[in-house]
Design a protein around this ligand. Structure first.
Ligand SMILES: [Zn+2]
Ligand SMILES: [Zn+2]
Length: 351
């Protein structure tokens, strides 16, 4: 019997239709990136002049900006979805709200190694990537026009990646977008009702049940969400409450790097080379904007940062567009079980 499930945080319904009986091997994908010759890759070392000048980099001692010697490099997107150089100019025409398309759109070039991915790069390197996210998130908060910064990673053509060199993107927006807003509003309301964080409560409950816990380390817990929209969707939470990824400490980031590498290795063992997205959910910009001095006082207590991992194995079709519902052919409990098995089969040692 298919089951309708409601996400406890965003109140979104999904259909878990596991009786279609699909096994991990039914979703296996052998390749999802288009190969580009590293010489032609604009993100590879020695091609620095092919990107706009860097806004941040972690470099080897003595190397100069916009030359090789970088370990992580952040540059503005050459084809930005939004632009920096304007004011908001909020306006309306009847029912239609508009504002200028201001925003920052940056590319985080995660490593000089063209063929790496998060499972293959060393732990220290993935940690540097997280440090770059933190540095840029903190810098973008200084601009009070921005309300929310989204960090995301598209891997593979089906996930929207147009370059195969390992990279993530950061988009700073003048509004809090719909999905983060639903999470934030729900978390705030829960806190106002109970004076507890909904995510901390969720982690506590999932730990008791153990049905959807994929793995837990000292600082990180990985859950297969109760109302997962997609097969093998996973959420990574810090076990100690923290609303803001940009303020997280090094121990937690290191542990997150280790856990993400292990889990991604297990996913690839199970599913081959699927395209995927990683999306960070973290605190919006808390700096008060003129005219909104009371903005979100309980935020440090009510929100809890997390990463969502979505392998792109199914297509969003008419039913999803028409309803906002998702049909997931793999029960989250079954996904957690096979991933736990795949983790047991993977070596514990990670570099
Ligand atoms: Zn490259
Ligand atoms: Zn919490």
């Amino acid at each position: 019997m298919p089951e309708l499930r409601k996400d406890p945080i965003v109140q979104r319904w999904v259909i878990i239709a596991a009786e279609r009986g699909q096994r991990p091997s039914d979703f296996r994908v052998e390749a999802s990136t288009v190969e580009i010759n590293p010489k032609a890759c604009p993100l590879c070392p020695n091609n620095e002049e092919r990107t706009p000048p860097e806004v941040f980099a972690i470099r080897l001692d003595g190397s100069k900006p916009n030359t090789p010697g970088w370990l992580v490099r952040v540059v503005p997107n050459k084809f930005p979805a939004l632009r920096l150089d304007s004011d908001l100019n909020r306006r309306g025409m009847g029912l239609f709200d508009m504002m200028n398309g201001i925003g920052a759109h940056e590319v985080v070039i995660e490593t000089p190694e063209h063929n790496d991915d998060w499972d293959t790069m060393p732990v220290e390197q993935l940690q540097r990537v997280f440090q770059a996210f933190q540095a840029r998130l903190n810098a973008l908060k200084e601009d009070t026009r921005f309300r929310y910064s989204l960090v995301f990673r598209n891997y593979g053509v089906q996930a929207g990646a147009s370059l195969s060199h390992p990279h993530s993107q950061i988009i700073a927006l003048p509004i809090v977008p719909q999905l983060p807003k639903e999470k934030l509003t729900s978390a705030r309301q829960y806190y106002l009702d109970k004076e507890r964080c909904i995510f901390c409560d969720l982690i506590f409950q999932e730990r008791e049940l153990q049905k959807r816990v994929v793995m837990e380390s000292k600082h990180i817990i990985v859950l297969s969400p109760f109302a997962a929209r997609f097969p093998y969707e996973l959420h990574f939470f810090p076990t100690r409450h923290n609303h803001d990824f940009a303020q997280e400490n090094e121990d937690v980031l290191r542990d997150l790097a280790i856990v993400m590498k292990r889990v991604l290795t297990a996913v690839k063992r199970l599913l081959g080379q699927p395209a995927y997205n990683f999306v960070l959910h973290t605190a919006p910009n808390p700096v008060p904007r003129p005219g909104r001095p009371d903005y979100w006082g309980t935020l440090p207590y009510d929100y809890h940062w997390h990463w969502e991992f979505i392998p792109r194995l199914t297509r969003v079709a008419g039913f999803e567009w028409g309803t906002g519902f998702y049909i997931n052919p793999v029960a989250p409990e079954a996904a957690a079980e096979v991933l736990r098995e795949a983790l047991r089969a993977s070596p514990d040692e990670v570099r």
